[in-house]
Design a protein around this ligand. Sequence first.
Ligand code: AMP
Ligand code: GLY
Length: 428
Amino acid sequence: MRVLVIGNGGREHALAWKLAQGERVSQVYVAPGNGGTARDEQIETVPIGMTDVKALADFAVEQKMTLTVVGPEVALAAGVVDEFRSRGLRIFGPTKAAAQLESSKAFAKDFMKRHGIPTAAYETFSDAAAAHAYVDGRGAPIVIKADGLAAGKGVVVAMTLAEAHEAISWILEDNKLGVTHNAGGARVVIEDFLEGEEASFIVVCDGKHVVSLATSQDHKRLLDGDAGPNTGGMGAYSPAPVVTPNVHAKVMHEIIQPTITGMARDGHPFTGFLYAGLMIDEHGQPRTVEFNTRMGDPETQPIMMRLKSDLFELMMHATDGTLDEVELQWDRRVALGVVLAAEGYPLNPRKGDAISGLPEDDDEAMVFHAGTAMVDGQLVTSGGRVLCVTALGESVRTAAQSAYELATGIQFAGRQYRSDIGHRAIKR
Ligand code: AMP
Ligand code: GLY
């Protein structure tokens, strides 16, 4: 059977790699893919843009795809699932309407309030003067979120009122963060600052049933010690010890189940990966910081390395509505991924630097590609997050050792990476 993966990041490389191991899978295609999917013998790269939904559906028909799996939010927001379904094609992901849980912070916050799902208190504004007045009344720290897709850059955690005012101006007045505004124009969600430890909680949904994936934790800041600007994610590991069995049960009961029931009741049954970004306080109470309607990147890379079950069969159950028949098997070891980023990331990543020293892939250690391209037979950087070096180990410490050993052998000019991925779990 043939499978198409839509996207071009490390997440899609990891999904394609895992799908290619499926017993019944003969070929995996990735559109548009990257330098790593192009090198991988089991994967074929297809030059179709990820928001070109008609061309993607045409390709799926022509090539007799059994299944398509959507990686990034931009494809979901472009309506790729709606297009495929209207043509009778099997696709795993949420519809454009259901993907509003991620594409509109205002939709997500209103949804959570309506369904009693724990999250930070908030207000939504389109009028800048009213937003400025609200933060003055509320005080700092406070969190300012653009209502639209902004590739991870639309959130400002303002530690001072001055930063909060600046963020409101950026979003409502001059769109300096480059947000794709939703219908109705620029809007901003302003919410209370939550204290605690973050974790990524990702589940597979078929509209009615849910299967949870292994937990993980991502490192969003650019620099060691969680300093510097927010990024898409500089590294991740699985499992996340902060999600104890007790916290896990609470998340399922208080966040995931009400979301699935609520979306179905509101007429948008949720199918696809649902990613709840959690803040877990010192009492073990989880609150939802955000929803994503896709897998996390780089969380996918360690999660896929630990998944022992056949991902293709999981996706088939998810698109058949039979996830209640599924039980997943996980490698009990830890997987940890370190992102190697380009010079200038996240603001202005430089492209075109030659990459050397890549190790041979094996099942214990994989280098997943993101911002790479093959140019005249040479692998070069082509985006901000270039590679994610992911390794398994008996503990967070040993997984980190293996990943870092490989990472230091990979060279490109301006390479930057964090040296402390996994530090929270190592301290425990
Ligand atoms: P989001 O895109 O909503 O996940 O926000 C990006 C990052 O900003 C999160 O991963 C958190 O680190 C931080 N953040 C977002 N909302 C809050 C909040 N209410 N309190 C504290 N930190 C937050
Ligand atoms: N790593 C965070 C995300 O994928 O949104």
